[in-house]
Design a protein around this ligand. Structure first.
Ligand code: SF4
Ligand code: SF4
Length: 390
């Protein structure tokens, strides 16, 4: 199979400087050049220039990329690993027939974009999870309280006091079933702060499909969600998952700040006052797309820091927790060992809790640390603003 990267000149832009290596979680976990950004680019270039076949070893090195984008922030040549990997995975999808790949395709095509099927699957898991969790491949099944029936959510929530404008809130797909209480809380915080909140029906934005190289499906789902969310009269689209936010915003011509999250919108204005700080020592963990996409969440991050009594910095930059969407299904072993590195850094920091917001990251941290130690940003805000105690 020959790869076609004619629309992406990036392969030749790599100057082999190695600045990306210390940022790459898979390289740090394995120590293998083939599992580093530089090694992956060299392999892609060799195949694209017909100097090499896609051997099993090359495919394995490419498939192990988390698409966390940490290398992008370090790279002086501005290489987008996200684009390269999406293109590679799109071109080699037909070749993949191993069991994890088939499970991933089935979930992405037949389950995740269909709210009723997804809900039925999660509902079924609730009953068999205690037995399944004993099996090594099922360690990532969400904790029992995440599998309970999701609470009702209104289509519209009116602003409290004078109205600052209208925001629409993404419910998402997996997040809508497992983290709906968080979405509900987000809507209450925004309404209390003076925003009218519109909440379209649940649906997938296609970010997971993009990760897996299913570009057509990804584009279709993104267009559908964008049409519903960015309707006339909407001032902001609020999304708690940074990966979904970056994906939905990727082709948007809206001004900076149109796509945002609850913390950032509250930080930039509205009726929100910190009444109490979260006691204890907290790690504020930013999702990869919060750190490495073009979206600006800095004001929200600052507000979250101000809600903490004591913030603990981990000893190294905030590396990926290894969840990375469907990666934790597809590459369980490597995903878990990257997660365990992150867990060891948390434990040695002697922090009491971690603030983490992306649905995948929250599930990962809950499975590594237990549910008591993981707090979502909206729960932290609700506690700080006196809306709900923790
Ligand atoms: S996207 Fe993440 S895992 Fe992939 S090469 Fe870059 S740093 Fe490594
Ligand atoms: S930082 Fe960029 S240019 Fe340097 S080795 Fe990594 S990918 Fe190549």
């Amino acid at each position: 199979m020959k790869l076609n990267f004619t629309s992406i000149p990036a392969l030749k832009d790599c100057v082999h400087c190695g600045l990306c290596l210390p940022e790459c979680p898979t390289y740090l976990a394995t120590g293998r050049e083939a599992e580093s950004p530089r090694g992956r680019i060299a392999a892609l270039r060799a195949v694209a220039e017909n100097r090499s076949e896609i051997s099993a070893a090359i495919h394995d090195g490419l498939e192990s990329c988390l698409v966390c984008r940490a290398c992008e922030s370090a790279c002086p040549s501005g290489i987008s690993m996200e684009q390269l990997m999406a293109s590679y995975r799109q071109q080699c999808r037909q070749e993949r027939s191993d069991l994890p790949a088939r499970v991933e395709s089935w979930l992405l095509r037949e389950v995740i974009p269909h709210p009723r099927r997804l809900s039925a699957l999660v509902g079924g898991l609730r009953w068999i999870a205690p037995w399944l969790r004993r099996l090594p491949f099922a360690r990532e099944i969400p904790s029992a309280h995440r599998l309970r029936p999701a609470p009702e959510i209104p289509e519209v929530m009116e602003a409290m006091g004078s109205c600052r404008g209208t925001v629409s809130l993404l419910r998402g797909c997996v997040a809508d079933r497992i983290f709906r209480a968080e979405t509900q809380l987000s809507a209450r915080l925004l309404a209390e702060a003076g925003w009218k909140v519109v909440i379209p029906s649940a649906g997938c934005c296609g970010a997971l499909h993009h990760h897996a190289g299913m570009i057509e499906e990804s584009t279709d789902y993104r267009r559908q969600r964008w049409r519903e969310l960015a309707a006339d009269g909407v001032d902001h689209v609020v999304i708690e998952s940074a990966g979904c936010a970056a994906h939905l915003n990727s082709t948007s011509s809206q001004p900076t700040g149109f796509v945002t999250d609850t913390a950032t919108l509250l930080a930039r204005g509205g009726n929100f006052t910190i009444q109490q700080k979260l006691p204890g020592r907290s790690v504020l963990s930013l999702a990869c797309h919060q750190q490495h996409s073009s979206l600006d969440f800095d004001d929200g991050t600052e507000l979250l820091k101000n809600c903490l009594e004591e913030q603990i910095q981990l000893p190294a930059p905030d590396h990926c927790c290894g969840a990375a969407g469907m990666y934790m299904v597809r590459r369980q072993e490597l995903s878990r060992s990257i997660g365990e590195v992150a867990r060891d850094r948390f434990v040695s920091s002697q922090a009491d809790q971690i603030i983490s917001g992306n649905p995948g990251c929250m599930l990962r941290w809950e499975s590594l640390l237990g549910t008591q130690k993981v707090i979502s940003p909206v729960r932290l805000l609700a506690h700080a603003g006196g809306l709900e105690s923790l």
